[in-house]
Design a protein around this ligand. Structure first.
Ligand code: DLL
Length: 442
């Protein structure tokens, strides 16, 4: 059969909830929220205990702002209730389980009823559609399959949208390239750093990454910057949009970005109520536009209702644009637990990405090494970054200096810069580790 061309992006049929007014949406949120707090209180002992300790009852939720009276839920709570203590339905009603290993301690386990899975697929479909993906397109899904929510979550959403899904999962980069060339997908789903790995490997094989059939990329699961978007779009001749989510709240598709505006992911507020709090004084709920920690309450989940979950993700809420009733989230600057505190200055890897990608001699491949040199009490940060293939040795020396100066100016930290050979740093297979903390453990 010959290759069909798929219709352009303006023909999407939206869910009704995507087009309702803010007033209508907030009325829906309130009734769903009232149901959720009562449901969680009645069915999950942890919520009953926490509400009782805080002296609040489900009936105290009379308007949306009353949510601030309710206690937070943290990853630690999920760990303590390991494996199934947070589930609000009997096990036979749990249709699927996912888990995230995390870097420390026990896994956090999450569950879904059949209806939860259907809602999840609908929201991923909505996100993909917002990002330009259309029914009938071929979708190459390079998110990892397994307990991680990325692979199966994105898969079900693409299927629900009516796409042809290619479930390749993460890794085996050579094979990914072969399948992209042979199957000619329209869209790719991956972490931004893994898409970079794929594009990089194509160039090594003498394939121009801009020459493939790919037109759209829907990228998430890790922080990325506008500069990285620009890099990937230019290199691959695609439109790249953001997709956000976390397993405790659902998985991918809690929020998705519209291709026509590319101005941050719309939080699907018919299913999740977001708040921004002051990470240092969580009793303070901040207004729209103010930066802080993102908190979510689920509005429709059955197996794992989640009340005021502290994501540790730092961002702000912005007014809706392409979907006016649904607020957007600004780019995630980082996670509060990914923050490097270097001699009193807070620093996130995404700040380095932003600065480095503005320097033409430097590639997007970098890692941050934290050390404490012998006999010194001060920590040192070294930015190891690959030069671009085309750059001369003299070019590299001045680029290193510029990076160092720009970091000093924009972040306020002094650091060392080590420009290394192309291909010498570890490549991403999914979520990339940027920080290597080599300081002696206290
Ligand atoms: O990463 C779910 C996901 C899969 C989202 C595929 C998007 C695409 P977790 O493994 O539980 O779930 O990790 C959640 O990843 O709290 C953020 O810190 C980070 N994260 C996810 N999406 C984005 C994004 C999945 N678009 C954690 N931008 C979250 C920045 C993101 N960070």
């Amino acid at each position: 059969m010959t290759q069909e061309t798929v219709a352009p992006t303006s023909d999407a049929v939206l869910d009704r909830e995507e087009t309702i007014s803010r007033d209508e949406l907030e009325a829906l949120q309130l009734s769903r929220l009232q149901h959720t707090v009562a449901y969680a209180y009645d069915r999950v002992p942890l919520y009953k205990r926490k509400f009782d300790e805080a002296g609040v009852r489900p009936g105290d939720l009379r308007e949306l702002s009353d949510l601030g009276k309710f206690p937070f839920t943290t990853k630690e709570d999920l760990r303590l209730e390991y494996p199934f203590g947070m589930f609000a339905v009997p096990q036979h009603e749990v249709a699927r389980i996912h888990a995230s290993s995390g870097t420390t301690g026990r896994a956090t386990v999450v569950g879904y009823t059949k209806k939860d899975l259907a809602d999840w697929a609908k929201l991923v479909a909505r996100s993909l559609r917002a990002s330009g993906v259309r029914p009938g397109m071929k979708v190459h899904n390079a998110y990892g399959y397994g307990l991680f929510t990325g692979g199966m979550g994105a898969h079900a959403g693409a299927e629900a949208l009516g796409c042809t899904v290619i479930p390749i999962s993460g890794g085996q980069t050579e094979r990914q390239i072969t399948l992209i060339q042979d199957f000619k997908p329209d869209a790719i789903l991956a972490t931004p750093t893994y898409l970079l790995t794929i594009a990089d490997a194509m160039m090594k094989q003498g394939i121009d990454p801009a020459s493939t059939s790919l037109k759209f990329a829907v990228l998430g699961a890790e922080p990325w910057t506008e500069e990285m978007r620009h890099e990937l779009e230019e290199m691959m001749n695609i439109k790249a949009c953001d997709i956000y989510g976390l397993s405790e709240v659902m998985g991918p598709g809690v929020a998705g970005e519209a291709v026509e505006t590319q101005d941050g992911s719309h939080i699907w507020e018919d299913h999740f109520r977001p708040e921004i709090i002051d990470a240092f004084d969580p009793s303070v709920v901040l207004g729209d536009g103010e930066p802080g920690e993102l908190v979510f309450t689920s509005l429709t989940k059955e197996a794992l209702p989640i009340i005021r979950y502290r994501t540790k993700d730092l961002t702000r809420l912005l007014p809706g644009t392409a979907r006016p009733a649904h607020r957007r989230m600004g780019r995630i600057t980082g996670r509060s637990d990914d923050m490097i505190i270097l001699r009193g200055v807070n620093l996130f890897p995404s700040q380095i990405e932003e600065i480095a990608l503005r320097i033409p001699e430097l590639s997007p491949h970098f890692q941050l090494e934290l050390t404490r040199p012998e006999g010194q009490r001060m920590d040192q940060l070294t930015v190891k970054i690959e030069r671009r293939e085309s750059v001369t040795v003299e070019g590299v020396a001045s680029a290193a200096k510029v990076l160092q100066q720009q970091i000093k100016i924009h972040v306020g930290s002094s650091c060392a810069v080590d420009v290394v050979e192309p291909g010498s740093l570890e490549r991403s297979n999914g979520k990339l580790r940027r920080i290597y903390d080599m300081r002696p453990k206290a």
